[in-house]
Write a protein that binds this ligand. Sequence first.
Ligand SMILES: NC(=O)C1=CN([C@@H]2O[C@H](COP(=O)(O)OP(=O)(O)OC[C@H]3O[C@@H](n4cnc5c(N)ncnc54)[C@H](OP(=O)(O)O)[C@@H]3O)[C@@H](O)[C@H]2O)C=CC1
Ligand SMILES: O=C(O)[C@@H]1CCC=N1
Length: 267
Amino acid sequence: MKYGIIGTGNMGSMLTHAFISSGAVRANNIAIYNRTPAKAQELKNEFSELAIAPSIKELGNTSDIIFICVKPHHYEAVIEDLTLSSSQCLVSITSPVSVADLEKAVSSQVVRIVPSITNRAHAGVSLFTFGDNITEAFKKELLSTFEFFSKPVEIEEEHIRVASDIVSCGPAFLGFLIENMIDSAHKIGGISEDKATVLMEEMIIGLAALLDKKIYSFPELIKKVTVKGGVTGEGLVALEENIDDAFLAMYQATHYKHYRDKLSIKL
Ligand SMILES: NC(=O)C1=CN([C@@H]2O[C@H](COP(=O)(O)OP(=O)(O)OC[C@H]3O[C@@H](n4cnc5c(N)ncnc54)[C@H](OP(=O)(O)O)[C@@H]3O)[C@@H](O)[C@H]2O)C=CC1
Ligand SMILES: O=C(O)[C@@H]1CCC=N1
């Protein structure tokens, strides 16, 4: 199978890295194209067997599976340059561009796969939504490819925003909260930010290991750590009193942005 990647920004280059470093796809079966050629060249400097396509059209003509890894409002221009057939598969990696939108716009088979930056470490989830016209062969090919570096999970259209908030935006949301926890540790306890960061990183790696080994669930973890009459309980009460509806507000904000993006994208 020949893979084509249009847009080699954060996600296009992350996917190229993950395909090659996990052994899922050989570099000589991948063609890339980016608006600013130097960015595609940087990837080729790392993986010399990658092909740089001279245009979006040429990449489309020579690939079986084409990933569009540009921002949502650039999809329209990219799709205009592609002439695809029913024996090819087009992949959207962005939540506001649904498989129904793509099916109306192109003649190929379509899939949406929303990745996560965690896939770079061959971990985390990739969210799959298949178009009605997808063949078993492409389904199998894409699922087995993504299994090399992620846990593929099928997701219904109505759940894509919340699912992507957890899987794809989650690293940024939790990163933000963790930075806040480090900053507050420095302010209240006087510990240096560097030392607090090391402690935090090791705690998170340990927490992930507990989850990975299925030793404790979240409720079990909270129960085990919260000693009766101890400090954790006091901290949890303070958090409950101060967190208010922070996460509801966050989900509402992403849903509203998703709604506005969907309205503005015309394929
Ligand atoms: N960042 C993330 O964690 C996640 C992002 N996504 C989705 O991935 C998509 C890309 O995001 P991200 O990689 O972060 O964005 P970036 O801005 O890092 O990358 C977008 C890339 O698209 C290129 N581009 C724009 N227009 C064209 C064009 N016409 N032809 C070829 N290349 C073009 C840009 O080129 P140039 O170098 O010229 O700017 C840039 O390299 C978005 O739709 C986003 O929703 C999904 C899941 C997670
Ligand atoms: O910020 C964004 O729009 C993208 C979508 C998922 C993660 N990052």
